[in-house]
Write a protein that binds this ligand. Structure first.
Ligand code: PLP
Length: 229
């Protein structure tokens, strides 16, 4: 209990400090606690310490945790690669999907989101480094996909997400995040308004906050090393 509680307090302070140093309101940066491959007990501890948003990257594991934790006050974010044959369960049980990388996935989520629930919040995952090994939409295709998903019913385009290649120093870390921010600016200029930049993890959240991150996805710094398989 102590460790997650203390880690959370520490990381909240560090996020607030990064925001202040960047000249931003600390309340404009939301902490998404990435609980993938962490035990349910750790989620309970974090929730007891006031954490609301949790991120999972595997459908089966995420659904199991949502069911066991059974806390309606929590928000569940899907952040992993989403296969089209698993969209229905995600549409029914998650609040956010950060990793939309094709129209077909968005269309299925739109059809499968129960009308009884709030709209499903979605972000488009962008391959900011144009790495062939990475999932995500090519930078050149973002505007077209955004135009197609923005009008789909029962899902709401909130913004962009990226998972850049690992870089060690602050200035190089900022570059891909700046690229994501500019892409959102370009969408805005073409009339597509979004309010979310999902970027930054345990080792690069500070650079992401300097470039305008509104959601940072942090696992290890909150929960420690992932040990559950
Ligand atoms: C695992 C994961 C994170 C969290 O990574 P940490 O380095 O543990 O903070 C963030 N985003 C995505 C998409 C992930 O898969």
């Amino acid at each position: 209990m102590i460790r997650v509680t203390e880690n959370l307090a520490l990381i909240r302070d560090l996020l607030a400090k990064a925001a202040a140093d960047a000249g931003r309101d600390p309340a404009s940066v939301k902490l998404l606690a990435v609980s993938k491959r962490q035990p349910v007990s750790a989620i309970h501890d974090a929730a007891a310490a006031g954490q609301i948003d949790f991120g999972e990257n595997q459908v089966v594991e995420g659904l199991e945790k949502i069911r066991i934790v059974a806390n309606n006050a929590l928000k569940w974010h899907f952040i992993g690669h989403l296969q089209t044959n698993k969209t229905k369960a995600v549409a029914e049980h998650f609040d956010w999907v950060h990793s939309i990388d094709r129209l077909k996935t968005a269309e299925r989520l739109s059809r499968q989101r129960p009308a009884s629930l709030d709209d499903l919040n979605i972000c488009l995952q962008i391959n900011v480094d144009n790495e062939s090994s990475k999932s995500g939409i090519a930078v050149a295709d973002v505007a077209d996909l955004a135009r197609r998903v923005v009008d789909l019913p029962r899902i709401r385009l909130r913004g962009l997400m990226c998972l850049p290649a690992i870089r060690d120093d602050f200035e190089s870390q900022r570059k891909p995040f700046a690229r994501l921010r500019r892409l959102a600016d370009e969408l805005r200029a073409s009339g597509i308004l979004t309010d979310t930049l999902s970027m930054g993890m345990s080792d690069d959240y500070r650079a992401a906050i300097f470039e305008g991150a509104t959601i940072v996805r942090i696992g290890t710094a909150v929960f420690g090393p992932r040990n559950m398989t």
